[in-house]
Design a protein around this ligand. Structure first.
Ligand SMILES: [Zn+2]
Length: 347
């Protein structure tokens, strides 16, 4: 962390915004270790590896999910060896993390590789980022930042960014901040350590479906957004209204993960219940997804891929045709979609 972030921080326990900083180790970039102390309720928040840990009073669900993530053998190398994300593993695979999300064409990003899904969703990320039209003046909060490559991309544009997550995956951020600086905190997204109206944009990729209480998490996001700001969510799981809940959710839950399969209607209701008046659900292009996947899988030009390129070139025509399958997508499987919530001055 850098001292400047204190401006937006508050004690998540009592709400006091006068946290006192106790530095221990500082490097050329930031405060690497130390603690923040709340003068009102005496809570102490450790700083380690430059990340501020606001999880000391976290809920059972959050702690179970953090543990499940730490115990997951996330990385599988070319020879099939499995690794948990530790400091040593982060250094060993640093060159892979630095080429997120699209990857470097190596096995990690290809079919069956640990980062395949990240690489194949990279088209969605870049298109969402383009839509943000960052000028470098924004204050951005990324929730569920995971390795935090999105925060890194935003920071490279010059925006001032905070990455938030519950898992130790966030430690990968140490690789990124050397190149473009941003702040990192461990925190529950239902109870965030930020003062009201702190951010212009809250961004999340595949994170809010980990919440069991959409109303609470949307309300919390709205609190930290400034008037005129917006929340942008991509890659959220969504189930068609007629679709049965996939058994994978039960498996995940048994492991301690909090993934939930909400329908688009439940998403919208959650955002509205959390206090957002203007909520937009956007069903995204199939062509973009197909092209990104195809590039990652060798780029063979089949009829479907040629068609996808045609629609990418004539995106208005694709938009028009997609309009006819809005209802089927709501009913069966929405696939790629995006949620945008706007906070207005009167909200
Ligand atoms: Zn306090």
């Amino acid at each position: 962390m850098k001292e400047g972030v204190l401006e937006v921080l508050r004690c998540p326990d009592c709400g006091s915004s006068s946290l006192k900083l106790n530095k221990e180790n500082t490097n050329h970039l930031e405060i690497r270790s130390g603690k923040l102390i709340c003068p009102v309720c005496a809570a102490e928040y450790l700083i380690e590896d430059g990340i501020i840990d606001f999880l000391h009073n976290a809920s059972k669900g959050v702690l179970a999910e953090r543990k499940a993530m730490d115990e997951d053998d996330y990385i599988i190398d070319d020879s099939g060896n499995k690794f948990k994300i530790t400091d040593e593993v982060i250094q060993r695979f640093r060159n892979k993390f630095l080429v997120f999300p699209e990857g470097d064409g190596s096995a990690f990003f290809k079919r069956g590789g640990s980062f395949q899904s990240t690489a194949e969703a990279s088209g969605r990320f870049y298109s969402a980022m383009e839509d943000l039209q960052l000028t470098g003046k924004e204050r951005i909060l990324e929730i569920g930042a995971c390795f935090s490559y999105a925060s890194f991309k935003f920071a490279q544009k010059g925006s001032s960014v905070v990455a938030l997550d519950i898992s130790n995956y966030l430690k990968v951020s140490s690789l990124y901040v050397e190149k473009a600086y941003f702040e990192r905190v461990f925190s529950d997204m239902h109870k965030m350590p930020f003062v009201d109206n702190s951010f212009d944009i809250v961004f999340g990729s595949a994170v809010l479906h980990h919440s069991k209480n959409l109303k609470a998490v949307f309300a919390e996001i709205k609190r930290v957004l400034r008037a005129g700001g917006k929340l942008v969510l991509i890659n959220e799981a969504a189930r068609g209204i007629l679709e049965r809940i996939h058994p994978v959710y039960k498996k995940m839950e048994d492991k301690g993960f909090g993934d939930t399969a909400y329908t688009l209607l439940e998403w919208k209701q959650g955002a509205k219940a959390g206090g957002f008046k203007k909520v937009k659900i956007i069903l995204l292009s199939f062509a973009n997804d197909l092209i990104t996947k195809n590039k990652n899988r060798g780029g063979k030009l089949t009829f479907i891929i040629r068609l996808a390129y045609f629609f990418k070139k004539h995106h208005r025509l694709e938009k028009f045709l997609l309009w006819f399958i809005i209802l089927p997508r709501f009913l069966t499987r929405p696939k790629s979609w995006k949620l945008i919530c706007y906070k207005n001055a009167e909200d």
